[in-house]
Design a protein around this ligand. Structure first.
Ligand code: NAD
Ligand code: UDP
Length: 318
């Protein structure tokens, strides 16, 4: 088994590479390090079955030898990253997805696209099932990410229908865990970093907006189940554990044994109000459901940040 993971030096990509290597696979990560870090995968070289190719997948890339699986995970994913890299985000979702699909076609490999709950936008249906078409503002600030992923889904299906590529689409809901960048700007890394530093914990708006949060190990198990199946998807992968951001902030402060105050900051434009996956399809088709209790997952994440945050420089410092 030989797998290519685009975005393999990122948060989710590095965990996927690790899990594939643990299963005995040979892994090629392809990453331009625009939001990821070579340090995330440094420890994987010791297996002797891991290669990191530093390439921009939007510009095309080649992988020598046979390939059985292509996991297309390259894309800025945090709102602050895709707002900083709007055109790059659109290109990696379009050109990058096409190059990854071409690789799968050329090698007769299974292809899995990392799509997102953001394709549902600010949803008017709750919880979100895969047959909901979504409520997305194409010209709002988040449009660059949401529309790139929606285009990527359509292109993936077109390659399946036109070229017979064995494709699958997963819609990933908010996932967290070790190796998130402390400066990544997403809610959990911010809340954990701020709590550990004794700084104010920043909740946007009144904090009553919700997200459903999944631990990375559960997510990886779901992705690998999708990789092993031949189902086209889209299939939601996430933990239906829904929580408001103000409750989450207070929970992190408590678990980190911090005395940080919770403060309120401006709410981003088009910030979704609710989000929760209906995971019936993942249970039925992939026999997958999340296992790690959220309190344990938060404890594991806080412990990792405690040990690594001060030795993980911001991207701008590398
Ligand atoms: P991340 O920013 O940590 O990882 C993304 C990786 O892709 C980085 O290593 C980055 O350098 C790389 N990359 C970006 N553009 C590239 C390009 N043009 N060429 C090569 N490499 C490129 O983000 P993440 O949270 O690990 O997200 C990984 C994937 O999962 C993304 O596609 C994201 O949209 C999707 N996703 C993540 C979540 C989540 O909660 N983490 C939720 C939904 C979807
Ligand atoms: N958020 C927050 N404080 C922060 C960062 C984010 O309250 O310091 C909010 C954000 O406005 C959103 C939620 O937390 O309502 C989840 O944001 P995140 O960026 O983690 O994920 P996404 O919006 O992409 O689901």
């Amino acid at each position: 088994m030989r797998a290519v993971v685009t975005g393999g030096a990122g948060f989710l990509g590095s965990h996927l590479c690790e899990a594939l290597l643990a299963d005995g696979a040979e892994v090629v990560a392809v990453d331009n390090l625009c939001t990821g870090r070579a340090a995330n995968v440094e420890h994987l070289h010791a297996t002797g079955r891991f290669t990191l190719l530093e390439r921009d997948v939007s510009h095309g890339f080649e992988v020598d030898g046979p390939v059985d699986l292509v996991l297309h995970f390259a894309s800025p994913a945090s709102p602050i990253d895709y707002l900083r890299l709007p055109i790059e985000t659109l290109l990696v979702g379009s050109h990058g997805t096409q190059h990854a699909l071409e690789l799968a076609r050329d090698k007769s490999a299974r292809f899995v696209l990392a799509s997102t709950s953001e394709v549902y936008g600010d949803p008017l249906v709750h919880p979100q099932r895969e047959d909901y078409w979504g409520h997305v503002n194409p010209v709002g600030p988040r449009g660059v990410y949401d529309e790139a992923k929606r285009f990527g889904e359509a292109l993936t299906l077109a390659y399946r229908q036109t070229h017979g590529v064995d494709t699958g689409i997963v819609r990933i809901f908010n996932t967290f865990g070790p190796r998130m960048r402390p400066d990544d700007g997403r809610a959990i890394p911010n809340f954990v970093r701020q709590s550990l530093a004794g700084e104010p914990v920043t909740v946007s708006g009144d904090g009553l907006q919700t997200r459903s949060i999944c631990y990375v190990d559960d997510l990886v198990a779901g992705i690998l189940a999708m990789a092993r199946s031949d189902h086209p998807g889209p299939i939601n992968i996430g933990n239906p554990h829904e929580i408001s951001m103000v409750d989450l902030a207070n929970w992190v402060v408590k678990l980190a044994e911090s005395d940080s105050p919770v403060v309120h900051i401006a709410r981003p434009v088009d910030d979704p109000t609710v989000r929760r996956p209906d995971t019936s399809l993942a249970q039925e088709i992939l026999h997958w459901s999340p296992k790690v209790p959220i309190e344990d997952a938060l404890q594991l994440t806080i412990a990792w940040f405690r040990a690594h945050a001060t030795t993980t420089p911001p991207l701008s410092a590398e």
